[in-house]
Design a protein around this ligand. Sequence first.
Ligand SMILES: Cc1cc2nc3c(=O)[nH]c(=O)nc-3n(C[C@H](O)[C@H](O)[C@H](O)COP(=O)(O)O)c2cc1C
Length: 322
Amino acid sequence: METRFTKLAKVEYPIICGAMYPCSNPELVAAVSDAGGLGIIQPISLTYVHEYDLRKGIEKIRSLTKKPVGFNVIVEKNAKVYEDRMKAWVDIAVEMGVRFFITALGNPTWVIERVKPKGGVVFHDVTERKWADKVVRLGIDGLICVNNRAGGHAGSLDPQGLYDQLKPLGLPLICAGGIGNEKDFQRALAIGYDGVQMGTRFIATLECNSHKDYKDAIIAAAEGDIVKTERVTGVPLSVIRTPYVDRVGLKVGPLARWLFRHRKTRHWIRLFYNVRAIVAMKRSSLKGVSTKDYYQAGKSVEGIDRVEPVKAVIDRFVAGKS
Ligand SMILES: Cc1cc2nc3c(=O)[nH]c(=O)nc-3n(C[C@H](O)[C@H](O)[C@H](O)COP(=O)(O)O)c2cc1C
């Protein structure tokens, strides 16, 4: 199963467990890497939700596997204190031997400058060709192609359409979104992708310590139950439809809409929504859903029918059997 991605990441299988706030606990990250894929550390999840000091969290992962792990950096322009913290975290990750980075939502230049001289590899999340064009010339090594089926902040193109747009760039391409079972996995490889990134599938595993209610909701949901709501982070986020989601609707109110539209207020309203979402998601992921919570998940729920060990998922995918 060697691809350009497995060679760069130095892993056996072209399978990434994408960073997930709040679901990326150390045991999940380690289990995916140990089974031959690549587990990605989400530093805010590791420190705020799972309450590890970053260094201790990476040591915990290292105690569970010696295989490579990756690190997620959300590079969106943000408060200076956030940016300084993120830079310090990336330095710690590099110092502790992490060499694979996935950047998202902004300009990855500072990450490239910090990690590539140390032999690091940087893949960047994109949803369309226009975003890829902006980062290709910066020295990116590959693209995480986030399609319209993904959990988290989904794109607008289907896996084939996005591949067709990005293939001419010549970079390794990873299909992110809609991979719930081995057939989806094989289909992505058949399109020509160098690997897949999965989020939702790995929430429904024994090693993910999200609440049982959340895992049960993923198993019970079909693809038609996934809706995109603006009400969590201010931009469309894929969640499972629940009575609460139906009651409050999917759009932000007129005041928030106005604040999001204006250049001077956009930054502050995003910050407000993000901080509020970070606090609420920690609670709902670990303590089970209250009547006012959201379950983030992608259309890959359609192919997910059981909670199982990470290794069973990966072994089944690479064997191509159900
Ligand atoms: C609960 C959840 C949280 C996520 N959080 C992040 C994140 O913090 N950073 C990021 O780059 N992507 C995040 N994602 C996107 C995933 O890394 C991955 O690209 C996506 O889940 C793939 O779609 P799938 O859920 O259909 O497998 C998240 C996805 C989910 C489901």
